[in-house]
Structures are given as C-alpha cells and as structure tokens.
Design a protein around this ligand. Structure first.
Ligand code: ATP
Ligand code: MG
Length: 274
C-alpha cells in the first residue's frame, strides 16, 4: 500500500522530470528580453504623431531620452522605459501623451474568457497586455490556468505553486477563517457562530505569512507584472472545493477580489485575467 511518503517521493521525482523537460523546452538560460522600438514605431504607432514632428521635438529638447542610435546614424531605438519617460515629459501641440486614466479609481479588471478551449484566450490576453503597455498603461496579468501559457509566454517558467493564484486562495482562507473565528459571535441572533478549524495540511504551509507583493512577478516589459501559474497549480479546482468545505462562508471569487483590493488603487491601470 502507498503511504504519503511514497507520494512525496513520487512528487519529488515528478518535479525533477518536469524540471528536465522544462530545461529542454524553454532554454532557461535564454532570458526573455524586450526589444527596442524604432523612432518610426514610437511616433507613428505608439504616440500616433507625425515622425518629423516627433524628431523635431527630440532635437528641440536635448534633455529628453534620445534612444540608441544605429551605426549608420539614421534610426533611433527606444526602450519601453524611455518611451514612457517621453510620454510623461513630452507634449505635442500642447497635448499630453499620457493615456486617459480616471483619478481615484482602482484598476479596470477584464477577464478573457470563452467556453471553447484553444480559441486564443491566452494569445488575446498577451497581446492585450502588450498593447495596453505600449499605450502607457501599467498592467497586471493574472494567470488562472495551470497550463500557464501566459506565464510561459511572458518568460516565467520557474514558478512555485505557492506563488500562484492557489497560494493567494490558501493564504486568504487562513486569514478569513481567523478573522471570522475572532469576530463578534452571532451578535444579532445570540447564537454562537461555528468555529472553523483548518487542517494542518493548509495551515502548515506557511502561506499566511506571504505578503501581497510576494505574488507579483515582473516581466521583460517593465510596466507589465504577472501573478503567474505553473503546472503544479492544477489542483486549484480541487483545493477550492475543499476550502469551501472547511469554511462554507469562504469563496474563490471573493478571495481573488480581496487580494486585488489590497493593492493600492493606483498601482495598476488594467488587470487582465486569463
Ligand atoms: N489569431 C490567431 N491566428 C492563428 N493562430 C492563433 C491565433 N490566436 C491563437 N492562435 C494559436 O492557437 C493556439 C491556441 O491559442 P491560445 O493558447 O491563446 O488559446 P486558449 O484559448 O488560451 O487555449 P486554452 O483553452 O488551452 O487556454 C495557439 O497555438 C496559438 O498560437
Ligand atoms: Mg489559455
């Protein structure tokens, strides 16, 4: 008969094999980087201004980021950070280049969802994030999928399951259960609310100590962060059912929402769920 120590050694072997496959497939030494953008791309596609106007403004204000100049001296190439710096400091026809963003509001939350599998959700999420970042927005992506397509395409291949949405759920379950247990007990009805006990398998993982920022990973795009996923997070669906069982007042969606509410309102402009 198998015991939990057999399972633990099977899991260790499985992780070793996954690591090996990952190294073969993703070449972890090749870190994802973001290319530079030409002055034509920056003016015509990003800022949507005439290229000669853009070049004129750069020439008139030598303090502005000038990009890297090609060897033949014709084309300039700008990094995303330089583009965002230009966006903050440059005005064209007295117009700011900053994208519209309602003040004092939290980030817009958008889910890329579809019943059909393989229809292009993750691809849309990736391009949506890139497009928004090029428009000057700060984006947070949340990868809910244990296939981790979005995380992989953003260059995150070495993710531990504690730092996925699953970690956020388990951490929230512990915090919420403690809060409910400590709260006023049935003040309205006079009845004592049940004290919920969490199994050591949940409490003992050390997730309660993780900070909000521990789940946010940066990507090759400086204005895109991601809460990544990994294959080992495939048990989220089972885990969340178990969490509902140990504490029926707890819910998956409220947990994700509470987590996002803990971020400062102005930390991001757009939150994309894949
Ligand atoms: N517009 C497109 N044209 C051609 N191929 C596409 C397009 N969009 C996505 N694909 C390809 O289709 C496949 C599935 O895309 P993707 O992974 O984005 O789908 P998904 O809906 O996220 O899938 P899943 O349900 O597994 O999460 C990928 O190989 C992707 O490269
Ligand atoms: Mg997908």
């Amino acid at each position: 008969m198998f015991t939990h120590s057999d399972l633990a050694s099977l899991q260790a072997q499985s992780l070793k094999m996954q690591g090996w496959i990952r190294r073969q497939t993703f070449s972890p030494e090749n870190e994802k980087t973001l290319r530079r953008f030409s002055s034509w791309e920056v003016s015509e596609l990003v800022f949507k201004v005439n290229q000669s106007t853009f070049r004129g403004r750069l020439a008139a204000e030598p303090g502005l980021p000038a990009g890297e100049v090609e060897e033949d001296g014709r084309q300039r190439w700008f990094s995303l950070d330089e583009i965002n710096d230009l966006r903050r400091r440059m005005k064209i026809n007295r117009q700011s280049l900053m994208p519209p963003r309602p003040k004092g509001k939290r980030a817009l939350r958008a889910a890329i969802a579809n019943f059909k599998g393989g229809a292009g959700k993750s691809t849309v999420a990736l391009h949506f994030a890139h497009a928004a970042a090029l428009d000057g927005y700060r984006v947070l992506c949340v990868d809910f999928d244990p296939q981790a397509t979005l995380s992989h395409s953003m260059g995150l291949t070495d993710v531990s399951e504690e730092h996925t949405v699953w970690g956020i759920l388990a951490r929230d379950l512990i915090h919420e259960t403690d809060r409910m247990n400590a709260g006023p007990r049935g003040a309205q009805s006079g009845a004592a609310l049940p004290q919920r006990r969490l199994p050591a398998s949940i409490r003992g993982l050390g997730l309660a100590e993780l900070r909000v920022g521990d789940f946010l990973k940066s990507t090759a795009w400086s204005t895109i962060d991601i809460i990544p996923s990994c294959a080992n997070a495939a048990f989220v669906e089972f885990a969340s059912a178990q969490y509902r069982h140990v504490n029926p007042e707890w819910s998956f969606f409220a947990a994700v929402s509470r987590y996002l509410d803990a971020l400062p309102d102005d930390a991001y402009d757009l939150i994309i769920f894949d």
